[in-house]
Design a protein around this ligand. Sequence first.
Ligand code: PMP
Ligand code: GLN
Length: 383
Amino acid sequence: LNRRLAEFGTTIFAEMSALATATGAINLGQGFPDTDGPEEVREAAVRALRDGRGNQYPPGPGVPELRNAISEHQRRFHGLAVDPDTEVLVTAGATEAIAAALLALVEPGDEVVALEPFYDSYAACIAMAGGRRVPVTLRPRDGAYRLDLDELRDAVTERTRLLLINTPHNPTGTVLTRAELAAVAELAVERDLLVVTDEVYEHLVFEGEHIPLVSFPGMRERTVTISSAGKTLAYTGWKIGWATGSPELVTAVRSAKQFLTYVAAGPLQYAAAEGLRLPDAYFAGLREELRAKRDLLCAGLADAGFTVHRPAGTYFVTTDIRPLGEEDGFAFCRALPKRCGVVAIPNAVFYDHREQGAPFVRFAFCKRTEVVEEAIRRLSTLR
Ligand code: PMP
Ligand code: GLN
């Protein structure tokens, strides 16, 4: 393994899901729903396969049906005008969009400022692009993790090329406010930075609202926005994601993407297009279902003795294990399946400053209600 990747080892999600399988524990670690997304979307995939739509290489930027649906979705939910022909790129999940954007936009030695804790692929992709990551740490304040705008400002140097933003934020569940986003946008314009913004949880907001970063003044020409059918349609295994942005930026991202996977699975693109066209009630229903599970799991974790950082968005809740007399999240998560049959993720893996994340542990609540309830019962034995 080369020096760029040597520090990363195996992704925590593979490690913890393998632990769940090996021990039979309830997997509240890796973020994936334990039921399928909408049946009509699955049926659309079956139809596309059967009718031979997309069974051979689809077009490089994605099938027109999906690019149109992404554009319509951006208009319907965010009032954004996105040209389906020049401003949309379909990718193999948001993961590939992140990789392709960083590989396309970062020069070796460039600094990339990212919000810490960060989703694990960010650090690896910045490294693969030869960039240097500069973390800006979100810190718990008044029960939620917030961005310190002065720290963000101080993190930008003349070597900074790009801001890598994520809202709603994994793993903290923070949804950046309008004021925070406006400040990020102002900074990007003032320092002439590119911005990659990972908004895969755009529909999973329980408090406040999701405001696309690209909608702020001066952001259109400098922002790549990323989202995914994995989250929005609850089909994480399909690996259909997308990047949107100015024609120049999308063309750049495509230059990298074409040599990574070339294209994403054809029939599933047609199905994702149908999914994005579902009525508003689907998207609201997904959110409300997860809101109820959030409330259930947060209450259960609090009863079990954890300090709970109640998430405003995503399907994750970050907890502090210190009230349980624990301080090492890694050790805690490795022992948890044996102790009570539950798997969780140690937040330290999302930090460069590992010590900052040490006592925090993330639980996913995108699981059936009875599974969340059983996990709560098991966790309640920890006290
Ligand atoms: N970004 C964030 C913040 C995520 O949590 C995830 C994972 N689920 C991804 C990107 C990757 O999305 P996908 O499965 O579409 O590659
Ligand atoms: N994004 C999901 C999570 O944070 C998992 C994605 C993955 O396994 N790579 O749990």
